[in-house]
Unconditional design. Structure first.
Length: 223
């Protein structure tokens, strides 16, 4: 069975942190729509210029634009054996487009990281990212050994433009209005598992790994 594993969760829940480790564990490519947009932003492509306004305002990039970009990415050969989605889908329209695209023989697993809103602003506003390898740190929860320097590759750390308190609040509101309905969407299709994401990254990872390695439970067909 070939699987699309979906990481769902609010901004700052730990989707990226967990997806990087899970991708290695599962041997699947990690496909993050936020990372794809940030790559386009830094390469100053037309897509990056279009996405910038939405991202900086904490709004969702329009569905057709995201779906085109995502489908282009997962058409690559490295996704033939499955992939791990981080930040997609984020609306019911995106979920439906994905479900239509997945052919017979594909299953999905949806992992929802549950973290209370009050922790999310602190997580996002303390986040530090590596300019070179994208490694995720946190000023308090995963402080780099040397200030401003990536533990993994020695690259320079930076803060995302949308990680200020005001934009995080807007991203949270958008999550509640537009993305949260996906919990019910996938629950109704029998593919949803919810994990308490408020614990340490290792504890969360162990739960996710356990859920994905349960034999005989490869997920349900998306309908
Ligand atoms: P995106 O980049 O996907 O942002 P997001 O969903 O808001 O999620 P984040 O990346 O902020 O959080 P995360 O869950 O990955 O947390 P992380 O692991 O980094 O999207 C950005 C923008 O792009 C959107 O706003 C939108 O404009 C656009 N976009 C993207 N996809 C789209 C789509 N499908 N449709 C439309 N528009 C789209 O962790 C956060 C911090 O917490 C880190 O510092 C980390 O070290 C720390 N941390 C992680 N886990 C723990 C833990 N267990 N305990 C303590 N600290 C922790
Ligand atoms: Mg992320």
């Amino acid at each position: 069975m070939t699987s699309a594993v979906i990481m769902l969760g609010p901004p700052g829940a730990g989707k990226g942190t967990q997806a990087v480790r899970l991708a290695v564990e599962l041997g699947l490519p990690h496909v993050s729509t936020g990372d794809l947009f940030r790559e386009n932003l830094s390469n100053e492509t037309d897509l990056g210029k279009l996405a910038k306004t939405y991202m900086e305002a904490g709004k969702l990039v329009p569905d057709d634009v995201v779906i085109d970009m995502l489908f282009g990415r997962v058409a690559a050969d490295d996704c033939n054996g499955g992939y791990l989605l981080d930040g997609f889908p984020r609306t019911v329209a995106q979920a439906e487009a994905l479900s239509e695209r997945l052919a017979d023989g594909w299953t999905t697993r949806t992992l929802q990281l549950d973290v209370p809103d009050e922790s999310l602003v602190e997580r996002a506003s303390g986040r530090l990212l590596c300019k070179d390898c994208g490694n995720i740190h946190h000023e308090k929860y995963k402080a780099p050994a040397a200030e401003g320097v990536c533990d993994a590759c020695g690259g320079e750390l930076y803060k995302r433009a949308d990680d200020n308190a005001e934009t995080v609040q807007e991203r949270l509101a958008v999550y509640h209005n537009e993305t949260k309905p996906l919990i019910q969407y996938y629950d109704e299709r029998g593919t949803l598992d919810v994990v308490d994401g408020s614990r340490t990254p290792d504890e969360v990872f162990n739960d996710l790994r356990g859920l994905l390695s349960v034999s005989g439970a490869p997920g349900q067909e998306v309908t």
